[in-house]
Ligand binder design. Structure first.
Ligand SMILES: [Zn+2]
Length: 314
């Protein structure tokens, strides 16, 4: 996370049922916007998947042959965005069925991920009371209280928890992302398991309605520019960053898997998995520009090893 120091205060706040105390960053006097980061378990992958660079091939990036000792455990994050217009959840992380008893469970994972192959590529775990649904419930927020659930892309560590959100207002998945994920091919068949979303009645396959971002494709969620879903293709075709901008023009950028950490844009290291490497690099350049902009309060990946639970009010 990067944060500018202008009028920024740091406090601790007890949230939910009083069991969690989280660091809170407040920028200026606040304008009713906030972004809360929830670490909802972990994912175990090859470091090449996260920071493989532009010359990494798909076999190396997938980590299919990488031993457990050479893998890394990274956080899997979900973000709650509150604005004066509504409440938006960005990504759903792991479903409880990945870890039915809150511990690593090989058989449960293979079933939840849809194949042994995908389990081989990435393993996951989500501890007791750590799914996003459980985390929100501890704060008195139920899925029906969410106006939107935005899915950055359809990889398992973002979309596996979708079924927990069947009662949310609308689940926003870019039409481009769904088309890309459901095209024929062995890689897609392993990577994207329709069991995560099939049959959900509240899915909205949206079409771009704006021209923001590196690909000139974006979607203005509330129609006032406050929450923009911006296509940052490369890792997947329809990958979106979520840019939340307050009336003062200050913003928080959630760039999902457009890079795996702040180091990614600082040192321009793309992830090892891409459907379009040139687009992926252009997207990372855009993330870098946005992150260095003086109006950027924070810029966050989904799996930065530095991530902890926190709230930013701005
Ligand atoms: Zn991810």
């Amino acid at each position: 996370m990067t944060a500018n120091s202008i009028n920024t205060t740091h406090t601790m706040e007890t949230i939910g049922e009083g069991v969690e105390t989280v660091p809170v960053t407040t920028v200026g006097d606040g304008t009713g916007f906030s972004v809360q980061t929830f670490v909802c378990g972990n994912v175990c992958i090859s470091p090449n998947l996260a920071w493989g660079g532009e010359h990494c091939n798909i076999v190396k990036g997938s980590g299919f042959f990488t031993s457990r000792a050479n893998r890394v455990w990274l956080p899997v994050c979900s973000f709650l965005v509150e604005t004066p217009h509504g409440r938006v959840l960005v990504d759903t992380a792991w479903n409880r069925n990945m870890s039915p008893f809150g511990v690593y469970d090989r058989r449960a994972q293979i079933s939840s991920l849809g194949s042994w192959m995908l389990y081989r590529i990435n393993q996951g775990v989500v501890g007791p009371n750590r799914t996003i649904r459980e985390r929100l419930a501890a704060q008195g927020v139920e899925p029906r209280d969410l106006d939107y659930v935005v899915i950055s892309h359809l990889d398992c560590d973002h979309a596996n928890g979708l079924r927990m959100m069947k009662d949310a207002g609308k689940i926003m998945i870019a039409d481009d992302e769904m088309r890309g994920a459901t095209e024929h091919g062995i890689v897609n068949r392993v990577r994207f398991y329709p069991g995560w979303w099939n049959g959900l009645k509240n899915v909205d396959l949206y079409h771009w309605n704006g021209t923001e971002g590196p690909a000139g494709k974006s979607y203005d969620l509330f129609g006032d520019g406050s929450v923009q879903l911006i296509n940052i293709p490369g890792h997947t075709r329809g990958l979106v960053a979520t840019k939340i901008t307050n009336p003062d023009g200050k913003y928080v950028l959630l760039f999902a898997d457009g890079g795996y950490s702040s180091k990614s844009w600082q040192d321009m290291i793309v992830s090892g998995i891409a459907v379009d490497k040139r687009a992926q690099k252009r997207s990372l350049e855009w993330i870098r520009e946005q992150s260095l902009d003086p109006n950027c309060i924070a810029s966050m990946a989904s799996h930065d090893p530095a991530h902890v639970d926190n709230i930013i009010r701005f």
